[in-house]
Design a protein around this ligand. Structure first.
Ligand SMILES: Nc1nc2c(ncn2[C@@H]2O[C@H](COP(=O)(O)OP(=O)(O)O)[C@@H](O)[C@H]2O)c(=O)[nH]1
Ligand SMILES: [Mg+2]
Length: 318
């Protein structure tokens, strides 16, 4: 498989093209991923999650610089939860990560969190495989940590970094999204601002409430400095990267990697089942003209989607 080979040699152009085809759900692109699959599983996947404007892209930009210093090859996927088609959008993220745009060892590709038909975009998982097979040492995911999408994307990460900032309401933002359970490392960003100390103490308290952590890993909190104070910012990011590497070692040593991966594999497997089962049904609906008929019924509120589907499935088996 020519395309797969090029990707395993680290060809960025071929990889970009394949990812675009995966977004379009081209069957051929999906079968290329089959060839890549055996070469995956080597990269350390780090997820950054937190509220919009919490400073994730700024932190990631500096994290990339730190990882480059350590000789790593990096893939970055900023996940856009706001639109269906990213079309390589996320202008702000682009600008903030621009310093790495020309570095051949950094591959940045933004993606929309929702697929064309709604629901979690399966191409994200596949794009991670592509970046992994390319030989990237680290793959960074950026996602807005609210709603189901944010948490679903994070199932792909080995190390989850939850970014918190002071001043976004009194209660800790993590609680709202139920994100505390998935955090491996906390970042209190904008440590220069009012309320950062309070936020830090609240997090410490909450982390302390949980008596046992898998592998004995108690999520540490990194206070990241103001990015405009370059040296201090760099030092706090070096600390963050050290911790991320330690966390990865910890889950490997305690054999927790497979547990993490099982969530991801489950998603991929159910996605495969879904698309395999769905395809013939959708085709039948389209070809018989029933699809339009059903849409009409739904608009007139003469039935509801679940009932229609169940009736249709029952009629198929008759
Ligand atoms: N004062 C201050 N501003 C920051 C800090 N980190 C990021 N910013 C600014 O906050 C804005 C949003 O940052 P961004 O990294 O895009 O956040 P994201 O939405 O979480 O990716 C940008 O204008 C940054 O320059 C910080 O630690 N202190
Ligand atoms: Mg961002």
């Amino acid at each position: 498989m020519e395309i797969a080979k090029k990707i395993m040699d680290g060809d960025v152009r071929t990889a970009s093209l394949l990812i675009r085809k995966l977004e379009d759900r081209r069957p051929q692109a999906k079968s290329t991923v089959r060839y890549l699959y055996p070469s995956t599983g080597k990269a350390h996947i780090i997820g950054f999650t937190g509220a919009e404007g919490a400073g994730k892209s700024t932190l990631i930009n500096e994290t990339i610089a730190e990882l480059r210093q350590r000789g790593k090859k990096i893939g970055v996927i900023p996940v856009d939860t706001s639109s269906v088609f990213s079309g390589g959008a996320l202008l702000g993220d682009r600008i903030r990560m621009e310093s790495h745009a020309k570095d051949p060892a950094v591959f940045i590709r933004s993606m929309a969190s929702r697929g064309a038909l709604g629901g979690f975009c399966p191409a994200i998982g596949e794009a991670i495989h592509v970046m992994d097979a390319m030989g990237n040492d680290v793959i960074i995911l950026e996602t807005v940590g609210t709603g189901q999408m944010g948490t679903e994307v994070i199932n792909y990460a080995h190390t989850v970094i939850v970014v918190q900032v002071p001043g976004l309401g009194d209660e800790i933002q993590a609680l709202k999204a139920g994100i505390l359970e998935i955090a491996d490392i906390f970042v209190v960003n904008r440590a220069d601002q009012d309320g950062a100390g309070k936020l830090y103490r609240e997090l410490m308290y909450m982390i302390g409430m949980i008596p046992h952590y898998p592998g004995g890993w108690r999520p540490p909190i990194v206070r990241t400095e103001n990015p405009f104070d370059k040296d201090a910012f760099r030092r706090s990011i070096a600390e963050l990267v050290d911790l991320a590497e330690q966390h990865y070692q910890n889950i490997i040593e305690h054999d927790l990697l497979s547990e993490r991966l099982s969530r991801r594999v489950m998603i991929e497997f159910s996605d495969a089942i879904e698309s395999a089962m769905l395809k013939p049904i959708v085709r039948q609906l389209m070809e018989s003209g029933k699809f339009d008929e059903f849409v009409d019924i739904l608009i007139k509120k003469e039935s509801d989607p679940m009932t229609l589907v169940e009736e249709f499935l029952a009629s198929r088996h008759r």
